[in-house]
Write a protein that binds this ligand. Sequence first.
Ligand SMILES: Cc1ncc(COP(=O)(O)O)c(C=O)c1O
Length: 383
Amino acid sequence: MVKKSGTLPYGRQSIDDSDVAAVTRALRSPFLTQGPLVAEFERALCTYTGAKYAVAVANGTAALHLAVAALGLKKGSSGITSPITFVASANALVYNGIKPVFADIDPVTANMSLAALARAVGKDTRVIIPVHFAGRSAAMKEIAAIAASKKSFVIEDAAHAIGSRYPDGGRVGNCAYADMTTFSFHPVKMITTGEGGAVMTNDKGLYDRLCSLRSHGIVRGPALMKNVPGPWYYEMQELGFNYRLTDIQAALGLSQLKKIGRFLLRRRAIVARYNKAFKGLSWLRPLAGDGPSCAHHLYVVRIDFKKLRMSRRVFMESLAALGVGSQVHYIPVYRQPFYSRNFKVAGRAFPQAEKYYEQCLSLPLFPAMKDKDVEKVIAAVLG
Ligand SMILES: Cc1ncc(COP(=O)(O)O)c(C=O)c1O
């Protein structure tokens, strides 16, 4: 629960006694890691999303890293993602020796713009990584068509979007329009495992590869091994990683997933209250493009700081002085020194991302917020 005198963060976990009991049971079980709960959590993720396979991993970044790795793309080919995302979406390309390319955003949703994507795809494009920003479903059907025309793979970065639905009603993560979908279970996300993530897919070949890469590139079982000299034997067939999730984390994930419906409803109710309170302001407008199918990971507003006659820094400090945290999601990835140094992408190529970055601010949004916390945020914003 939120401390009375504490500052409200922009997001945080919602943990109750049933979560604590689930983790305690796992701690008392014979397995702390690689026990039955990871597989149970993976099955629950499949049931929830409708995908055939889930591979639970150490965090959302590992999920993206493995998803790109599982495609086995030629080094030097390129991948496209949104510039308005956490750095991990692009880093996953770089880890795998794939050149990151950014496509400007749509000003309404802050998702990658289809027109910009169509301009960005080229003969080297092998993978497209749309991000369902703040829970707004990307236009997956259209993105899948663009990808198919270039024989490119699609990996959805759904770190913000477990619980969101596509326009056709299917749950994000069912992989109807993508080769793989990745989730993050970081504490600010819709459900948490502490650190944690997952890759969803409907492709058995990708699933086997992801399982192997998650655990050092090691395979077990006669169907996958080249030799079977005895029961002790396992084979490392490629260079993989230790990106496993523990049973302790899976216990928390299972318990959290049972409550996701309630979490989503609470997020929606808070968003509705904010939208009502901020309606008609000339200097602030909530990011649009959400609607009933959005899981609302973040509550993002766009502020005309010139009209407000206050800089973002001063506004954030004035909110903080009233116990209200806020954050910027995100600094365009191409602006990060690592990217500008190594990939020479110019800001002027992304006018919408630049404009959005000037104006965006995320206000507190998480299911454990009380009504009085919500009113405190509104009062602080309205000054
Ligand atoms: C869009 C996006 N992708 C990937 C990640 C990475 O997830 P994790 O923090 O679990 O590694 C995040 C986390 O903030 C994210 O917001």
